[in-house]
Design a protein around this ligand. Structure first.
Ligand SMILES: Nc1nc2c(ncn2[C@@H]2O[C@H](COP(=O)(O)OP(=O)(O)OP(=O)(O)O)[C@@H](O)[C@H]2O)c(=O)[nH]1
Ligand SMILES: [Mg+2]
Length: 218
């Protein structure tokens, strides 16, 4: 996928601030510090567009990034972050749940988990919640560079078993450090996210998306 344009749009605190142009949205969900923002940066090949940090809980709003004027990546606050007040955590929870359940342009949730460890209780709860609401989901197991290649399969299997992923459910291994899994994830996105229909611009965007896909599969 060739990224011609990637822009930070807004750090939204609620629906009133969500974009209104109807472009498809892909949300990144996952535990604090698991590597959601780094994954966005790697996908769009910008070093630091999405803010990353070694301190968990940095991303506290829904951060919108517009990619090639075709889609948004929405960086969702990490779950399981203990160092904020309970009230604050509940407020975030409500906003995120409402967003995930009701947001019309949302076409895909990328749930990011850490390949090094078995999915946590929070990961499992999130996965079950998303599947319960029939939200299209792709599991991405990141930080693959942190474990030896010889152990990848074993860890992937553990992820599948612990989450109870049905066979055929998408699970992609990733590393924001090395870029492993980047092409595969773009291919998945291009196959599963439908471009906005209706005007000449988006027709063109659809063609470009297709071209990007062809490029990725060559
Ligand atoms: N080695 C390695 N480190 C990574 C990878 N992805 C993220 N990290 C590191 O993990 C830490 C957290 O990454 P972030 O991308 O900020 O995580 P996040 O999920 O956005 O965190 P919050 O916004 O706090 O929820 C940073 O120190 C990153 O450099 C990866 O694939 N490999
Ligand atoms: Mg983040």
């Amino acid at each position: 996928m060739k990224i011609t344009n990637a822009e930070f749009i807004i750090s939204a605190v609620g629906p009133a601030q969500y974009p209104e142009d109807g472009l498809p949205e892909i949300a990144l969900a996952g535990r604090s510090n698991v590597g959601k923002s780094s994954l966005i940066n790697k996908l769009i090949q910008r070093r630091n567009l999405a803010r990353t940090s070694s301190q968990p809980g940095k991303t506290q709003h829904l951060n919108y990034y517009r990619i090639n004027d075709q889609m948004y990546f929405v960086d969702v606050p990490g779950y399981g972050f203990a160092k904020v007040s309970k009230t604050q955590r509940q407020a975030w929870g409500r906003m995120i749940e409402a967003y995930l359940q009701e947001r019309e342009p949302l076409q895909l949730v990328i749930q990011v988990i850490d390949l090094r460890h078995p999915p946590t209780k929070d990961d499992i709860a999130m996965y079950e919640w998303l599947t319960h609401y029939e939200i299209p989901i792709c599991i991405v197991a990141t930080k693959a560079d942190k474990i030896p290649r010889s152990k990848w399969q074993k860890h992937l299997k553990e992820v599948r078993t612990t989450l109870g992923l049905p066979s055929g459910a998408p699970l992609i291994m990733f590393s924001s450090e090395t870029g492993a899994g980047r092409d595969e994830l773009w291919e998945f996105i291009n196959q599963h996210v439908k471009p906005l229909e209706g005007d000449a611009d988006s027709e063109l965007a659809a063609q470009e998306l297709q071209a990007g896909q062809d490029e990725a599969t060559e």
